[in-house]
Ligand binder design. Sequence first.
Ligand code: B12
Length: 254
Amino acid sequence: MTDESAEKLRSRTTAQLLGQLRADLYHGATPAALAAIDTLLACGWDPHTLLEEGLLRTLRTIDGDARDGILFAPEALQAVATIGSAVKVLRPLIGRSAGEPFGTVVIGTVRGVTHDIGKDIVAMMLARAGFTIVDLGTDTPCDAFLEALRVHHADVLVLSTQLTAGIPHMKAFIERMCALRIRETHLVLVGGTPLNEEFAKAVGADAYCRDAATCAETARSLLAARRAGDASGARPRTPLHHDTAPAARATRAG
Ligand code: B12
């Protein structure tokens, strides 16, 4: 961006800038959207407000318009890709909320799935809800999940898939956790477009979460309930039993 266009952007009111950001995201204009985000951040906007008011709000509009046939598939894909780029900019800025960590989450998309936009938004919301995030990224092998759960003493495992083809991997992984007797040690939440509550029950997950905000709320409330149960002795806590080959792909993020 030239100095002149940066100056032009800055001279607008923040309401105009937010409107411009939404339009750029909607039209898949990645460089313009990223420039608007830079300017709004420089004007002191909170990254979380940008996520909620800019990205997630536009995402809902894109979703509705794609369903109503107002936006065609290639345009919707471009718009979502632009939102994905914006998520990458905001994610390091949306850190864990202040105070003691509420718990540790291991998150990743299952084997064969490289979609990461939804997963990244979920990780941001969980970080904001007070969790330390260990993000294994995409196309995650079973052993990498097991290793991360053990190394990071994770309280919660969040599995994501946008492809129906990822469902058998999710199921097989939870069955492996049962076989290793570590299923009860971790809260298991699943999400992604092809899933639903019935599926979560069928594979033995603790819950299905339809979106990022629900995931953060569910993780906090189920973990709090589980801890209260542990404290009263109502639910015996299974010790960690799993010793797997190291697959050190874990990176701390969020
Ligand atoms: C963008 C996109 C891509 C991009 C991904 C870019 C990226 N870095 O992520 C690219 C172009 C690479 C891609 C590739 C493919 N894609 Co694609 N893709 C999409 C698209 C258009 C949008 C997905 C998206 O990111 N949405 C934006 C995010 C924010 O929304 P979201 O994913 O719904 O996430 C929200 C909730 O679902 C939830 N959530 C999401 N994940 C999780 C996880 C957890 C744990 C929780 C709790 C909640 C949660 O919270 C999020 C925020 O609130 C969808 C269509 C659609 N309408 O979903 C198809 C779609 C997912 N893709 C599809 C397919 C088939 C493919 C390909 C196989 C195409 C091909 N032949 O190559 C490949 C597979 C790649 C792979 N191996 O993973 C199909 C999947 C069908 C199915 N059920 O199996 C879809 C549904 C398109 C369709 N209608 O056919 N794709």
